[in-house]
Write a protein that binds this ligand. Structure first.
Ligand code: NAP
Length: 253
Protein backbone atom coordinates (compact mmCIF):
# COMPACT_ATOMS: atom_id res chain seq x y z
CA UNK A 1 0.00 0.00 0.00
CA UNK A 2 2.95 2.39 0.68
CA UNK A 3 5.56 0.92 -1.67
CA UNK A 4 8.16 3.60 -2.58
CA UNK A 5 6.51 6.11 -0.22
CA UNK A 6 8.64 8.22 2.12
CA UNK A 7 7.42 9.11 5.62
CA UNK A 8 8.74 11.28 8.44
CA UNK A 9 7.83 10.32 11.99
CA UNK A 10 7.98 12.72 14.95
CA UNK A 11 7.56 11.30 18.45
CA UNK A 12 9.15 7.90 18.89
CA UNK A 13 10.47 7.73 22.46
CA UNK A 14 10.37 3.93 22.83
CA UNK A 15 8.57 0.85 21.53
CA UNK A 16 5.37 1.77 23.38
CA UNK A 17 5.11 5.14 21.60
CA UNK A 18 2.07 5.63 19.38
CA UNK A 19 4.49 7.00 16.75
CA UNK A 20 6.30 3.67 16.71
CA UNK A 21 3.05 1.74 16.18
CA UNK A 22 2.29 4.07 13.23
CA UNK A 23 5.78 3.61 11.78
CA UNK A 24 5.64 -0.17 12.15
CA UNK A 25 2.27 -0.37 10.38
CA UNK A 26 3.52 1.82 7.52
CA UNK A 27 6.81 -0.07 7.20
CA UNK A 28 4.90 -3.33 6.91
CA UNK A 29 3.27 -1.85 3.81
CA UNK A 30 6.55 -0.87 2.15
CA UNK A 31 7.31 2.69 3.34
CA UNK A 32 10.78 4.09 4.03
CA UNK A 33 10.86 6.44 6.99
CA UNK A 34 12.87 9.15 8.74
CA UNK A 35 12.59 9.37 12.52
CA UNK A 36 13.22 12.39 14.71
CA UNK A 37 14.09 12.20 18.39
CA UNK A 38 14.31 14.83 21.07
CA UNK A 39 17.50 14.90 23.14
CA UNK A 40 20.52 12.62 23.38
CA UNK A 41 18.88 10.34 25.96
CA UNK A 42 16.45 9.02 23.31
CA UNK A 43 18.99 8.68 20.52
CA UNK A 44 20.04 5.10 21.24
CA UNK A 45 16.42 3.91 21.66
CA UNK A 46 15.27 5.44 18.40
CA UNK A 47 18.33 4.33 16.44
CA UNK A 48 17.82 0.77 17.64
CA UNK A 49 14.12 0.74 16.71
CA UNK A 50 14.63 2.47 13.35
CA UNK A 51 17.46 0.03 12.61
CA UNK A 52 14.84 -2.74 12.51
CA UNK A 53 13.29 -1.10 9.42
CA UNK A 54 14.73 -0.89 5.91
CA UNK A 55 16.44 2.29 4.64
CA UNK A 56 15.50 4.43 7.66
CA UNK A 57 17.06 7.72 8.75
CA UNK A 58 17.35 9.07 12.30
CA UNK A 59 17.79 12.78 13.01
CA UNK A 60 17.63 14.87 16.20
CA UNK A 61 14.81 17.42 16.42
CA UNK A 62 13.53 19.43 19.36
CA UNK A 63 10.62 21.40 17.90
CA UNK A 64 11.33 24.35 20.21
CA UNK A 65 14.54 24.86 18.21
CA UNK A 66 13.83 26.05 14.64
CA UNK A 67 17.40 25.23 13.55
CA UNK A 68 16.76 21.57 14.54
CA UNK A 69 13.55 21.51 12.49
CA UNK A 70 15.26 23.03 9.44
CA UNK A 71 18.17 20.58 9.71
CA UNK A 72 15.81 17.57 10.04
CA UNK A 73 13.95 18.47 6.84
CA UNK A 74 17.25 19.19 5.03
CA UNK A 75 18.43 15.71 6.02
CA UNK A 76 15.21 14.14 4.66
CA UNK A 77 15.57 16.09 1.42
CA UNK A 78 19.17 15.02 1.02
CA UNK A 79 18.48 11.36 1.73
CA UNK A 80 15.17 10.77 -0.05
CA UNK A 81 14.60 13.86 -2.24
CA UNK A 82 10.94 14.19 -1.26
CA UNK A 83 8.28 13.31 1.33
CA UNK A 84 4.87 11.63 1.03
CA UNK A 85 3.61 11.70 4.61
CA UNK A 86 4.40 13.02 8.05
CA UNK A 87 3.19 11.71 11.39
CA UNK A 88 3.20 14.27 14.20
CA UNK A 89 2.98 12.44 17.52
CA UNK A 90 4.51 14.80 20.08
CA UNK A 91 3.19 16.65 23.09
CA UNK A 92 4.53 18.07 26.31
CA UNK A 93 3.34 19.98 29.36
CA UNK A 94 5.16 20.40 32.68
CA UNK A 95 4.13 17.64 35.11
CA UNK A 96 2.76 20.08 37.70
CA UNK A 97 0.28 21.36 35.09
CA UNK A 98 -1.18 17.87 34.66
CA UNK A 99 -2.70 17.59 38.12
CA UNK A 100 -4.98 19.67 40.28
CA UNK A 101 -7.11 22.47 38.88
CA UNK A 102 -6.74 24.00 35.41
CA UNK A 103 -7.32 27.46 36.85
CA UNK A 104 -3.82 27.42 38.40
CA UNK A 105 -2.04 26.91 35.04
CA UNK A 106 0.94 29.27 34.82
CA UNK A 107 1.76 31.46 31.82
CA UNK A 108 4.96 29.45 31.31
CA UNK A 109 3.19 26.05 31.41
CA UNK A 110 0.51 27.33 29.02
CA UNK A 111 3.10 28.69 26.60
CA UNK A 112 5.20 25.51 26.68
CA UNK A 113 2.25 23.15 26.25
CA UNK A 114 0.75 25.12 23.37
CA UNK A 115 4.09 25.61 21.62
CA UNK A 116 5.24 21.98 21.72
CA UNK A 117 1.88 20.24 21.46
CA UNK A 118 -0.02 22.50 19.03
CA UNK A 119 2.16 25.09 17.24
CA UNK A 120 4.67 22.40 16.24
CA UNK A 121 2.10 20.90 13.83
CA UNK A 122 1.99 24.16 11.87
CA UNK A 123 5.76 24.47 12.09
CA UNK A 124 6.45 21.00 10.63
CA UNK A 125 3.64 21.29 8.06
CA UNK A 126 5.20 24.45 6.65
CA UNK A 127 8.56 22.70 6.37
CA UNK A 128 7.07 19.49 4.92
CA UNK A 129 4.90 21.04 2.22
CA UNK A 130 7.72 21.94 -0.23
CA UNK A 131 8.98 18.35 -0.03
CA UNK A 132 5.51 16.90 -0.74
CA UNK A 133 5.88 17.45 -4.47
CA UNK A 134 3.43 14.67 -5.38
CA UNK A 135 0.85 15.61 -2.75
CA UNK A 136 0.98 14.29 0.77
CA UNK A 137 -0.67 13.38 4.03
CA UNK A 138 -0.04 14.78 7.52
CA UNK A 139 -1.46 13.05 10.59
CA UNK A 140 -1.44 14.28 14.20
CA UNK A 141 -2.49 12.70 17.51
CA UNK A 142 -5.11 14.28 19.70
CA UNK A 143 -7.28 13.30 22.67
CA UNK A 144 -10.87 13.62 23.90
CA UNK A 145 -9.70 16.08 26.59
CA UNK A 146 -9.85 18.70 23.78
CA UNK A 147 -13.63 18.27 23.56
CA UNK A 148 -14.68 17.60 27.17
CA UNK A 149 -13.14 18.21 30.56
CA UNK A 150 -10.97 15.28 31.67
CA UNK A 151 -9.62 15.56 35.23
CA UNK A 152 -5.90 16.38 35.38
CA UNK A 153 -5.56 16.72 31.58
CA UNK A 154 -5.92 20.48 32.06
CA UNK A 155 -3.69 22.62 29.81
CA UNK A 156 -3.06 19.65 27.53
CA UNK A 157 -6.79 19.63 26.73
CA UNK A 158 -6.53 23.28 25.72
CA UNK A 159 -3.43 22.50 23.61
CA UNK A 160 -5.26 19.61 21.91
CA UNK A 161 -8.22 21.90 21.12
CA UNK A 162 -5.73 24.24 19.40
CA UNK A 163 -4.18 21.26 17.64
CA UNK A 164 -7.57 20.11 16.31
CA UNK A 165 -8.42 23.61 15.05
CA UNK A 166 -4.93 23.83 13.48
CA UNK A 167 -5.65 20.56 11.64
CA UNK A 168 -8.66 22.18 9.96
CA UNK A 169 -6.88 25.43 9.07
CA UNK A 170 -3.85 23.55 7.71
CA UNK A 171 -6.13 21.25 5.69
CA UNK A 172 -7.78 24.32 4.15
CA UNK A 173 -4.42 25.93 3.28
CA UNK A 174 -2.61 22.85 1.98
CA UNK A 175 -5.48 21.19 0.10
CA UNK A 176 -4.58 23.04 -3.11
CA UNK A 177 -1.21 21.24 -3.05
CA UNK A 178 -3.08 17.94 -2.61
CA UNK A 179 -1.76 17.69 0.95
CA UNK A 180 -4.28 16.25 3.39
CA UNK A 181 -4.14 16.98 7.13
CA UNK A 182 -6.05 14.85 9.65
CA UNK A 183 -6.07 14.08 13.36
CA UNK A 184 -6.57 10.80 15.19
CA UNK A 185 -8.23 11.12 18.58
CA UNK A 186 -6.78 8.10 20.36
CA UNK A 187 -8.26 6.59 23.51
CA UNK A 188 -5.91 6.40 26.51
CA UNK A 189 -2.86 4.16 26.05
CA UNK A 190 -0.20 3.46 28.65
CA UNK A 191 2.84 5.28 27.19
CA UNK A 192 5.63 7.40 28.68
CA UNK A 193 3.73 10.67 28.13
CA UNK A 194 0.45 9.23 29.40
CA UNK A 195 2.15 8.36 32.68
CA UNK A 196 2.77 12.08 33.17
CA UNK A 197 -0.99 12.61 33.64
CA UNK A 198 -2.02 12.06 37.26
CA UNK A 199 -4.30 9.02 37.84
CA UNK A 200 -3.83 7.63 34.34
CA UNK A 201 -4.45 4.09 35.65
CA UNK A 202 -7.90 5.07 36.93
CA UNK A 203 -8.71 6.72 33.60
CA UNK A 204 -7.73 3.59 31.67
CA UNK A 205 -9.98 1.46 33.86
CA UNK A 206 -12.94 3.84 33.55
CA UNK A 207 -12.69 4.22 29.78
CA UNK A 208 -12.24 0.47 29.28
CA UNK A 209 -15.45 -0.17 31.20
CA UNK A 210 -17.61 2.55 29.60
CA UNK A 211 -16.53 2.11 25.96
CA UNK A 212 -18.95 0.30 23.62
CA UNK A 213 -16.18 -2.23 22.87
CA UNK A 214 -15.60 -2.72 26.65
CA UNK A 215 -11.83 -2.35 26.44
CA UNK A 216 -9.05 0.14 25.83
CA UNK A 217 -7.69 0.79 22.38
CA UNK A 218 -4.21 -0.48 21.44
CA UNK A 219 -1.35 1.51 19.91
CA UNK A 220 -1.38 -0.80 16.92
CA UNK A 221 -5.07 0.04 16.26
CA UNK A 222 -4.06 3.71 16.19
CA UNK A 223 -1.10 2.80 13.94
CA UNK A 224 -3.40 1.02 11.48
CA UNK A 225 -5.63 4.11 11.30
CA UNK A 226 -2.56 6.27 10.60
CA UNK A 227 -1.61 3.79 7.84
CA UNK A 228 -5.07 4.23 6.32
CA UNK A 229 -4.87 8.04 6.54
CA UNK A 230 -1.45 8.28 4.88
CA UNK A 231 -2.44 5.83 2.14
CA UNK A 232 -4.40 6.55 -1.04
CA UNK A 233 -7.38 4.75 0.52
CA UNK A 234 -8.04 8.01 2.42
CA UNK A 235 -7.55 10.29 -0.63
CA UNK A 236 -10.88 12.04 -0.07
CA UNK A 237 -10.42 12.73 3.66
CA UNK A 238 -8.92 15.95 5.01
CA UNK A 239 -9.45 18.22 8.03
CA UNK A 240 -11.03 15.32 9.93
CA UNK A 241 -10.63 14.10 13.48
CA UNK A 242 -11.10 10.32 13.57
CA UNK A 243 -11.77 8.83 17.00
CA UNK A 244 -9.91 5.57 17.57
CA UNK A 245 -11.13 4.99 21.10
CA UNK A 246 -13.28 1.84 21.09
CA UNK A 247 -16.25 4.22 20.72
CA UNK A 248 -15.87 5.94 24.11
CA UNK A 249 -16.63 9.42 22.72
CA UNK A 250 -20.16 8.53 21.53
CA UNK A 251 -21.40 7.64 25.01
CA UNK A 252 -23.71 9.94 26.96
CA UNK A 253 -25.26 8.89 30.26
P1 NAP B 1 5.40 9.16 24.02
O1 NAP B 1 5.83 7.82 23.58
O2 NAP B 1 5.97 9.67 25.30
O3 NAP B 1 5.66 10.20 22.83
C1 NAP B 1 5.63 11.60 23.00
C2 NAP B 1 6.79 12.14 22.21
O4 NAP B 1 6.80 13.60 22.19
C3 NAP B 1 8.11 11.74 22.82
O5 NAP B 1 8.94 11.17 21.82
C4 NAP B 1 8.65 13.07 23.33
O6 NAP B 1 10.03 13.13 23.49
C5 NAP B 1 8.16 13.98 22.24
N1 NAP B 1 8.41 15.38 22.56
C6 NAP B 1 8.13 16.06 23.70
N2 NAP B 1 8.61 17.31 23.64
C7 NAP B 1 9.21 17.44 22.41
C8 NAP B 1 9.89 18.49 21.74
N3 NAP B 1 10.10 19.69 22.31
N4 NAP B 1 10.35 18.27 20.48
C9 NAP B 1 10.19 17.07 19.89
N5 NAP B 1 9.56 16.03 20.47
C10 NAP B 1 9.08 16.21 21.72
O7 NAP B 1 3.80 9.21 24.22
P2 NAP B 1 2.57 8.90 23.25
O8 NAP B 1 1.44 8.59 24.15
O9 NAP B 1 2.96 7.96 22.17
O10 NAP B 1 2.25 10.34 22.65
C11 NAP B 1 2.23 10.61 21.27
C12 NAP B 1 1.11 11.58 20.94
O11 NAP B 1 -0.14 10.92 21.14
C13 NAP B 1 1.06 12.83 21.81
O12 NAP B 1 0.66 13.93 21.01
C14 NAP B 1 -0.02 12.49 22.81
O13 NAP B 1 -0.62 13.64 23.38
C15 NAP B 1 -0.98 11.75 21.89
N6 NAP B 1 -1.99 10.95 22.57
C16 NAP B 1 -1.64 10.04 23.50
C17 NAP B 1 -2.62 9.30 24.13
C18 NAP B 1 -2.26 8.30 25.21
O14 NAP B 1 -3.13 7.96 26.00
N7 NAP B 1 -1.03 7.81 25.25
C19 NAP B 1 -3.97 9.47 23.79
C20 NAP B 1 -4.30 10.39 22.81
C21 NAP B 1 -3.30 11.14 22.20
P3 NAP B 1 10.55 13.15 25.05
O15 NAP B 1 10.26 11.80 25.62
O16 NAP B 1 11.99 13.46 24.92
O17 NAP B 1 9.80 14.24 25.77
Amino acid sequence: MLKDKIGMIFGVANKRSIAWACAAACAEHGAKQAFTYQGERLKENVEKLAGELPDSLVVPCDVTNQADVDAAFDAVKERYGRLDYLIHSIAFAPKEALEGEFVTTTREAFRTALEISAFSLTQVSLAAAPLMTEGGSIVTMTYYGAEKVVSNYNVMGVAKAALEASTRYLAADLGKQNIRVNAISAGPINTLSARGVKNMGTLLGYVGEKSPLKRNVTASEVGNTALFLVSDLASGITGENIHVDCGYNIMGI
